[in-house]
Design a protein around this ligand. Sequence first.
Ligand SMILES: *Cc1c(COP(=O)(O)O)cnc(C)c1O
Length: 394
Amino acid sequence: MEQKLIYLDHAATTAARPEVVEAMMPYFTEKFGNPSSIYGFAAGNKKVITDVRETIAKSLNAPTQDIYFTAGGSESDNWALKATAEAYADKGNHIITTKIEHHAILHTCQYLEKKGFEVTYLDVDENGVVKLDQLKEAIRPTTILISVMFANNEIGTIQPIEEIGAIAKEHGILFHTDAVQAYGQLPIDVEKMHIDMLSASGHKLNGPKGIGFLYIRKGLKLRSFVHGGAQERSRRAGTENVTGIVGLGKAVEIAMATMEERTKKETEMRDHLIDRILAEIPYARLNGDRKRRLPNNVNISFQFIEGESLLIMLDMKGICASSGSACTSGSLDPSHVLLAIGLPHEIAHGSLRMTLGDENTMEEMDYVVDQLKEIVAKLRSMSPLYEDFIKHSK
Ligand SMILES: *Cc1c(COP(=O)(O)O)cnc(C)c1O
């Protein structure tokens, strides 16, 4: 029997929707003009870029001119942090972030520490939620930026963004959020949530790879991130990625129009998957908050098992999943996120992340649990640790 691929790694990347690809195609060929050119045929591309900027701005309740196109989430995160550090260095040298950020934030913070900035990495509770008291205590007169991700890419925990925004505003500190996982899955309002900068990426919401944006609140004195031409209000030079921008625009349009229905379906599949696994597979625990959770995230630790072996055996059954984040797999260190929520190394090592998309089905969820049950039993039967454990618990 031909084996169908079951893709459960939507936090790593997603397929571009057919409508997205279709919208992009003409901009590779007949509509190839440089948006900065004067002649009418190219100038149309300038209009198309403005339209997408407006679509994105509306989705966030932001003014159109505050959206800046970038090459994706990593660039947006780098820009927000480095430019803020540089622009506000005369005000202070202290940045607050969390221990569970994506490496695009964590490694940028480490770079800034080498440049003389001081960074506080906030703890999270056992479900991965930032502690607001600790955040307030961490604030110093020299704090210039708070950067807390909207929702975590590994365990799906959603942060109390509005409360964090209010704290930042009250203290006159800028607030950036990495919303790469949340944008398109959760409603976001930069005004209501007091967000000053926000990063998002096309390929996490069924758009193309290599395109994203950074929202920068009007009035922030961030300087140019890429020097050169006058594109993106002279703050990010380079001929615009017109095809990417058009694809991103279509992806955002669809994501916003379908959000309610799509996330309802994902939540049902997510909860079914979690409930069946926890009921039918012993010594399994859910990582991340049961309620404050991305609609499509399932992260489970199976005791006495190596996540990597699990992934290989799932792959043989046509199931694509992930152990830590795509960026850390390949290294043997357990995920920094799972360690931050207090998992011991050996439990963190046995973790499996499955992130769903709207093309997945309930039947697939049942198939996955059936396979998981067999695979986990098989791997445990080969584990001396498990044998020992069973012997002693008898
Ligand atoms: C994927 C991801 C990024 C990086 O985005 P790219 O577009 O791949 O550079 C940053 N932050 C989070 C939370 C992510 O999930």
